[in-house]
Design a protein around this ligand. Sequence first.
Ligand code: MTE
Length: 320
Amino acid sequence: MNILRRRGWELPERLVTPEHVFLNRRAFLAAGTGIAALAVAGRARAETDPSASLYPASVNPAFKDAGRDVTPFEINSTYNNYYEFNTSKRIYEQAEALPIRPWSVVIDGEVEKPVTIAIDDLLKRMTLEERVYRHRCVEAWSMVVPWTGFALSEFVSLAKPLASAKFVRFETFNLPDVAAGQKPGLFSSMPWPYVEGVTIAEAGNELPFMVTGAYGKPLPKSMGAPLRLHLPWKYGFKSIKGIVRVSFTSERPIGFWEQLQASEYGFWANVNPEVAHPRWSQASERVLGTDEQIPTQLFNGYGEYVAALYAGMEKEPLYM
Ligand code: MTE
């Protein structure tokens, strides 16, 4: 992600490893210790994760194929945006410090009865399935991921929102002792914790997916374990990771990026190739792990599922 005003903590562009160098370096490391170490860490995670036996889940036939090759696990799990750890894409080692058991999720706000539920109890109550989704980052790169999780709509039914609930607000952990990006002083201009939100109508749609696994295993920490959201028709910043609280509200939540730079990152953030980001085009996207640059599609190609949600809302800034 990219913000307009450079603050003290921001690295000048020239100091950031260019991505092709990083990816080539990854290819180099793949033959050596880096990826081997990651593979060992990944294996240890899968073995010790109490939910490991739930994977792989059965594939939802409606989402078994995203029309493009699945992005290799090694790329997906080592090229991440997770500002809690740091502002580079290479956070997978730091993210391993995040304790993901015990882990509970608070459900509160405009609901019949606020509750706190342990992640493994939540997993037992939800119907796990696999869905292959395209993911389009606002930075104009994309990937394809075989997620495992459950429909957000099923989670909403569990939460039993009141009629006054118009929005669902998601919040990430705030643990400055393990997530260096949250330490006071370092990125102190950032409005922790990371927050995102959708309307109650969006939450009831078929597509929004609460993700607990990927590639047939529990989710790697770098990708948002133990619980993240994935909204395939919206820019990736809406797909919040490391969720600890889900609140049902009558007021529209203001997301992390909207708080930082409202003129560039809005509430709706639906993918649209014809509406440029104020500082770059959104017409095409770079496919991670390949040399391909492909045209971006309206709603990231998911219009048949979601376009109706926005009927009559032409005056809203739906595409930023
Ligand atoms: N969630 C939290 N808590 N913190 C973040 O920095 N980054 C977002 C989103 N969710 C982010 C987050 C952005 S900008 C993107 S593109 C996706 O996570 C990236 O998901 P990935 O790392 O699994 O590819």
